[in-house]
Design a protein around this ligand. Sequence first.
Ligand SMILES: Cc1cc2nc3c(=O)[nH]c(=O)nc-3n(C[C@H](O)[C@H](O)[C@H](O)COP(=O)(O)O)c2cc1C
Length: 233
Amino acid sequence: MKILAINGSPNGKNGNTDVMLQHFLKGCKRAGGEVETVYLKDKNIHHCSGCFNCWTKTPGKCIHKDDMGELLDKILQTDIMVYATPLYYFTVTGIMKDFMDRMLPLNSSEIVKQGASYSHPGRFNASRPKTVLISNCGFPGKYNFSGLVETFKVMTKGNLVASILCDKGGALKSASINEQLKQLYMPFFSALETAGKEIVSHGHIEAQTESILSRDIIEDETYVKLANSSWRK
Ligand SMILES: Cc1cc2nc3c(=O)[nH]c(=O)nc-3n(C[C@H](O)[C@H](O)[C@H](O)COP(=O)(O)O)c2cc1C
């Protein structure tokens, strides 16, 4: 089973998002998944020009000749897409949004009704990959992710098999270095690995794992104090 992970953090391998992503992917690999991580910060991806040439003059091909062509080929071959993005103004980062917009050549121009909603069917393959959303944000509170999750639910048309969300995410990177924080975050990191295994083996995350992933790791006020003092250094 092929798993394509897209990391949309401008901090790439050095960010909080990648801490979550790599624990999850470790579990996917343990279950036999074939994993690839793409760091969007290292890719040359233009904004979508909105010209619709990919639907008209050159169906399925974009006018921009950049790294997105190669990524579209990868998307078509994958079974599971993992979108890993920090929360930026309650949604994805700019580089992730560019990546998403540039997937337009994969759809055809027709609008069709599927169930209660309308969409553009896939141009090259009928089946869409299963989708996993991984995100973290700087504020305390899971409510911060409500808009992001809704976007992915609508976008993936029922193919969003898991959303793994970590608020107070500013501590993630430190938790992979600082021994005291590491102990605190250990159950969360190990549940991320279990989640990766379960997604590859069963296509979903088990309730027991979900409950560990959604547990509060650090008390809000403690985190806020730590975060605020880190800016004063
Ligand atoms: C431009 C910008 C916008 C952000 N917007 C939000 C936000 O809306 N809500 C929030 O809780 N955190 C927000 N954050 C904080 C990031 O989500 C947080 O720092 C995250 O850990 C960054 O992940 P990374 O280290 O992988 O880049 C924002 C950060 C930046 C730089």
